[in-house]
Design a protein around this ligand. Structure first.
Ligand SMILES: Cc1cc2nc3c(=O)[nH]c(=O)nc-3n(C[C@H](O)[C@H](O)[C@H](O)COP(=O)(O)OP(=O)(O)OC[C@H]3O[C@@H](n4cnc5c(N)ncnc54)[C@H](O)[C@@H]3O)c2cc1C
Length: 453
């Protein structure tokens, strides 16, 4: 079968898993390894159509992969019947229309690449992920990625006008809509966003662009409690007429981890339980130096650090950008809770966790502006990691139960993948599951696309 696939697309596009860079076969968190029949690197929409039709005829299935930075094991293919379809060679910015503020980019373009192209026109694609140099348009769309700038610009689905793709039976889909208004019944592009490669293979998309801001400022603020952080957010939104680009939070334990692992000095005079990091966009007629004193108002010197130059801002954001890489063995959760319920959610969850695992170390950080926190659990200092990790199902149930009691979501931005697919079936409303099942049956009845999800 491997030979047949090679003959279809040519040996320079089809590889045996043992002959490619193994990083494509290992998922980001090292929990899953792919061992597929073949790894295929198409370089055009037509290649993908041919491959899907071939798979349909030969009863093979396909798992899409773009930058392989996903955190839930969604881009993993295994077994003699599965092909891993890597989009990294489909990396052309096909067109950019500055007056329309639209770009057509292929699925394998990285976020960084897209933004470099837009920058030349004073524009940007405002999805804010720290792995912008690796994650790609196809993966961002398939996971409906969130990130730092959701507060102001929304999730990926708010930034896509149209898509080009291939359906499970090989039908090509040319839906590269270039206008924000296209009210013609079902929104086909939206149907596929966030479906993690289970309904269609995306080969390109039309992306919404916005103005590249000339001036930004970042502020780090020490907060005594979460309610104080939430009221700061509301105040900044009011003062800036919603020009708060991002509003992130880190717990004191999270900041301590950066201090400990990176030989970093505590960045504020006050050592409060919470640290807020926010970025504000300024119009060209108003400098941060003029406007900030009125905006941040009475925050005392020991409670805030302001960064205005690009270097100062990079330094201020360093702890937040570093945190995902230094947590070691831990049990991770990416959840969202309405802002009004977040303080109560955190308080009750902490109490319950301490009761069942005294000394447990929650590391909490994330996109507070959207109510999205990464609630990660580190073992007590005297507990071997493997003993602690064996308790993951019990601890996860506790956290998800609290999330649902507080009207939140068990997956805020990373998607379901292999990690959360069973959980979703456990927690989702039966009516919702029925709709999902019927759409899948109608578009991919033989489970040709990402069959494990
Ligand atoms: C340090 C770090 C920070 C992160 N921060 C964030 C964050 O702030 N917000 C956030 O949302 N995510 C974040 N992520 C997760 C990840 O970067 C996003 O999920 C991203 O959108 C994945 O893009 P990718 O190109 O790497 O996709 P991949 O990992 O390759 O694939 C992800 C999923 O999309 C499917 N897929 C990929 N390409 C296609 C295609 N062309 N057609 C159909 N399906 C496809 C795959 O099958 C898989 O199910 C972070 C990851 C890391 C490592």
């Amino acid at each position: 079968m491997f030979q047949k696939v090679t003959s279809l697309l040519g040996p320079h596009k089809v590889f045996h898993p043992q002959s490619i860079d193994p990083t494509w076969l290992q998922d980001q968190r090292g929990r899953f390894t792919s061992l597929p029949l073949a790894v295929v690197f198409p370089d055009s929409h037509e290649d993908v159509v041919r491959l899907v039709r071939f798979c349909s005829a030969e009863n093979l299935s396909l798992v899409a992969q773009a930058g392989n930075t996903g955190l839930v094991g969604g881009a993993v293919a295994n077994g003699a019947q599965q092909i891993l379809l890597n989009f990294s060679r489909m990396n052309r910015v096909r067109a950019l229309y500055p007056q329309d503020r639209v770009m057509v980019a292929e699925a394998g373009c990285t976020l960084l690449q897209v933004n470099d192209a837009a920058k030349a026109h004073g524009l940007r694609f405002p999805l804010g992920l720290s792995v912008a140099d690796r994650c790609c348009v196809g993966g961002n769309i398939a996971t409906n990625a969130g990130g730092m700038n959701v507060l102001r610009h929304g999730m990926t689905r708010n930034l896509i006008y149209g898509i080009e793709g291939v359906l499970a039976d090989g039908t090509p889909l040319h839906h590269l809509v270039r206008v924000p208004k296209n009210n013609v019944g079902f929104d086909v592009a939206q149907l596929f966003i966030g479906t993690e490669g289970t309904l269609a293979l995306m080969t390109a998309a039309t992306l919404k662009l916005v103005t590249l801001p000339q001036t930004t400022a970042s502020v780090m603020v020490a907060c005594d409690d979460l309610a104080c952080a939430v009221s700061l957010l509301h105040r900044l939104q009011e003062q800036t007429a919603d020009h708060v680009e991002s509003f992130e939070i880190m717990s004191r334990d999270a900041m301590d981890l950066v201090v400990h692992h990176r030989n970093f000095s505590w960045p504020l005079k006050a050592r409060t339980p919470w640290i807020v990091l926010t970025q504000i966009i300024f119009p060209h007629f108003c400098t941060p130096q003029e406007a900030l004193p009125a905006i941040i108002g009475d925050l005392k010197a020991e409670h805030a650090v302001v960064a205005i130059t690009a270097d100062e801002q990079t330094a201020l954001w360093y702890p937040r950008q570093t945190l995902p890489w230094i947590q070691g063995p831990s049990i991770k959760h990416d959840v969202a809770v309405p802002l009004s319920e977040l303080p109560a959610f955190l308080a009750s969850t902490q109490t319950l966790l301490m009761q069942i695992v005294p000394g447990i170390r929650p590391i909490i950080f994330g996109h507070l502006g959207d109510g999205n926190v990464h609630y990660n659990l580190l073992p007590p200092l005297d507990c071997p990691p493997e003993v602690f990790l064996a308790r993951a199902p019990q601890l996860q149930d506790l956290i998800y139960d609290q999330v649902l009691r507080h009207h939140g979501s068990i997956s805020a931005e990373h998607g379901l993948g292999r990690v959360k697919k069973n959980l979703y079936h456990q927690y989702a409303d039966p009516g919702t599951l029925s709709v999902v099942h019927r759409i899948k049956q109608s578009l991919d009845p033989h489970h040709r696309l990402n069959p494990e999800l």
